[in-house]
Write a protein that binds this ligand. Sequence first.
Ligand code: OXD
Ligand code: MN
Length: 599
Amino acid sequence: MLNNTPTENKYILEWIEEAVALCQPERIVWIDGSEEQAELLRKEACESGEMIKLNEEKLPGCYLHRTAINDVARVEGRTFICTKTKEDAGNINNWMSPDECKSRLTPLFRGSMAGKTMYVIPYSMGIVGSPFAKYGIELTDSIYVVLNMLIMTRVGFDVLDALGDSPDFVKGLHARAELDEEKRYIVHFPEENLIWSVNSGYGGNVLLGKKCFALRIASYLGRKEGWMAEHMLILGVEYPDGETKYVCAAFPSACGKTNLAMLIPPELYRKKGYKVYCVGDDIAWLRVGKDGRLWAVNPENGFFGVAPGTNEKTNPNALHTTLRDTIFTNVVHNTHDNTVWWEGLDKNPPAEAINWRGEPWDFRKYDKNDKSTCGAHPNSRFTAKAVNCPCISDKFNDPAGVPISAIIFGGRRARTAPLVYQSTSWQNGTFVGSIMASETTAAASGEVGVVRRDPMAMRPFVGYDMGDYFAHWLNMGKNIPNPPKIFHVNWFRTDDEGNFIWPGFGDNMRVLEWILKRCDGSVDAIESAIGYLPHTEDINIDGLEDVNTDTVRKLLEVDTESWLSDINNIRSFYAQIGDRVPAELYSELDALENRLKES
Ligand code: OXD
Ligand code: MN
């Protein structure tokens, strides 16, 4: 079956032979990255019903896809890190031994592509040939996967040329099989540069370049090779004088990374000449540059963003990005004009509509407290090209990446975390990242809900032991002569009634301004038990209607009681991670506790 292959790399060919023998596809198609081939595949997907071509006038080049009803999100419970020893995967990851995993999954792949096509996708994370780039090959039986990978990564035979006869690529095998959720597995073999995904068709589980490679496998490689793979957006703030400063920010999933990455500054700032540019919205790969600073690239080529809530106000740049060449997944189909809709897009739900399940949908029955009445699935997505984003940075395709001035961690906390604070050192900043958390709030009563600790927003994405990951952060700090400063933000502080007191969205620019001023030393700060806090008057609130100095004071309050109870929660979380949590982080924790008790 492997005739006329576009590469003679024996590692690639032998591995494909093995996968073919296992999955038994009827034929093999190599994806060359060309528009002609992509167009043929789109046609085929429309003929088979896998995709629906949308209104060419209103949404040129756009398509709609619906996943199976039982297959709409990443499945952390069925995601495994298969290192030789359980200790190397750590307590936070699910672990299976590589042998056990392979013998459990082999029967699921066996014959799974009979009568189907196996697509071979050579792709690069990062710019082909650049020092940051890493290559992968995904084998899949899904055209939807091929078309998404064409948007999300750099696909083409230049990847094969760049690889030559090297074995240095990540192998990814994906089969939809029966889409049986009981037999769904997303498994990683970091020691073999190998990923297997079976019984799913949902993006986060099957676009193997993204979470599986660019975070789980890459974090493992980064530790081995002295760099970092992080769940971070990258943005640039251009000053009126034309200088641009870059920051990275990590927030747990669904806490507004895409919105911050594409922020439009408030009018006040725009008039002065400030602009914000997006380099990436989800993943950053970071390396120490020759100048001793930390440099970042976004290894992806597109955005796989959450649709609901995206609108002209929350994120006009994202909305405009999706107006062409986009694949929508699990949104509402407006059958009147063959376009799409989702909750929070506008106040005009379509009268003639099909919901994400593929059933006729009556918006009048929608009840915002009952998710099952939604037209679009709450995790419905758009897959859109980065180059179509109105605020994409001119450094997006720069092989060198961008130098990072600040790293920002954030979570969704009703009371505990102030609007912003600065850590006191790289070690203390690593500690701040390690204790990141998000909580659910019962908005009506203002009650604080469940806290989920999500260190560096990487809880589901570290491909090895979490304690070792913290140690890697500390080690990196020792090797960056001029490291970024590390901050923590919280856009989600509420009043006693549970209302958000910070406007968020574009107004987060006001917090970015303080952060960048701290980086160049042009504003001083208050030393508090948790780190450096802004002086109230240093957060610019000009032009904000509902925010006054009192509000800022509340936003910056450090509630010692909540922090002390958080300390207990952190101790049990560290204990759960196990004995590889570095001693430096325990010293930071003890010191924080003492400072809080003294304050
Ligand atoms: C994502 C996620 O899809 O973090 O980006 O879940
Ligand atoms: Mn993400």
